[in-house]
Write a protein that binds this ligand. Structure first.
Ligand code: NAD
Length: 276
């Protein structure tokens, strides 16, 4: 395994298991520098969203990187106020134009807006049929949301991007997704930095001579969870990716799995009134 290791999704497309999250990067220069650094280090996946208001910067950074577009896996998402069938198709067109690309690798329903998310996903399926996206997916979907989406879908979602870190290990939802061949990506894989002072993590970190962030990211990868940690700091972009030269023992994995306390740093999919 290395930074460019991929995971085969339900339709055979290979998705890098490691990528850069770019939430809250809106400054053009900062975003370009972070993405350029990440691509230099070897990252081959970028996770953005229309909400992040940086799709133009992401597109520009990728074009200027010298790495071919086809070698980079680009994810974006339809925001809550754009959901429903027609709105989603329109929102996708805007995202594509901002990215200045002719396709997106993975397109996700950002949050399951009640009464709309099944229709939103139908539009994502349409985009998949039209080959404008390579992979259809969802984000922040619980079991009941996925079941609802599956009722109307011809092509099941292939990725579910959810909050996950040692304080929210999401074991039942991950098992549910695994049974349906839906890959799980962790957002806030470092708990936005909030798990990095944990005593158990610090102890394991000392044992391997790896930073707490590296231990946490390695734990995700060994649990078959794809990760998209965010940083704009060049040394951290490099540090986060440097997790392929050690392996956590079964005991250490168990100790980390045992830290779960169902604690969210973000909103819950059952209660997220994010302007829609
Ligand atoms: P994260 O867990 O990746 O934490 C990022 C923060 O951790 C950074 O801002 C920095 O302060 C700190 N950090 C990063 N590397 C570090 C290191 N090596 N050592 C110490 N501290 C370090 O949290 P995130 O940004 O919320 O999530 C990552 C990505 O997930 C986002 O950028 C975005 O792409 C995606 N996301 C998706 C959703 C969704 O609803 N689908 C929600 C939130 C985030």
């Amino acid at each position: 395994m290395d930074l460019q290791t991929t995971r085969k999704l339900a339709n055979g497309i290979e998705m890098p298991i490691f990528g850069l999250g770019v939430y809250k990067m809106t400054d053009l220069q900062e975003t370009i520098e972070a993405i350029t650094k990440a691509l230099q280090v070897g990252y081959r996946a970028i996770d953005t969203a229309s909400l992040y208001d940086n799709e133009e910067q992401v597109g520009e950074a990728i074009r200027h990187s010298g790495v071919p577009r086809e070698s980079i896996f680009v994810t974006t998402k339809v925001w809550n106020s754009d959901q429903g069938f027609d709105n989603t198709l329109r929102a996708f067109e805007v995202s594509l134009k901002k990215l200045n690309m002719d396709y997106v690798d993975l397109y996700l329903t950002h949050w399951p807006v009640e009464g709309k998310y099944a229709e939103t996903y139908r539009a994502i399926e349409r985009l998949y049929d039209e080959k404008l996206i390579r992979v259809p997916g969802v984000s922040n979907h619980h079991e009941r949301h996925i079941e609802e989406v599956l009722k109307a879908a011809q092509t099941p979602p292939m990725v579910n991007q959810i909050e996950a870190h040692p304080y929210l290990s999401q074991e039942p939802l991950r098992a549910f997704c695994k049974e349906r061949n839906i890959a799980v990506t962790a957002w806030s894989p470092l708990g936005r930095g909030g798990v990095l002072q944990d005593e158990v993590i610090l102890e394991i970190s000392g044992k391997y001579g790896k930073s707490p962030a590296q231990v946490v990211l390695r734990w995700h990868v060994q649990n078959d969870i794809l990760v998209i940690p965010k940083s704009v700091t060049p040394s951290r972009i490099e540090e986060n990716a440097n997790i392929f030269d050690f392996e956590l023992t079964a005991d250490d994995m168990n100790a980390l799995n045992g830290l779960n306390r169902n604690h969210r740093f973000g909103k819950s999919p059952e209660n997220f009134h994010l302007y829609f």
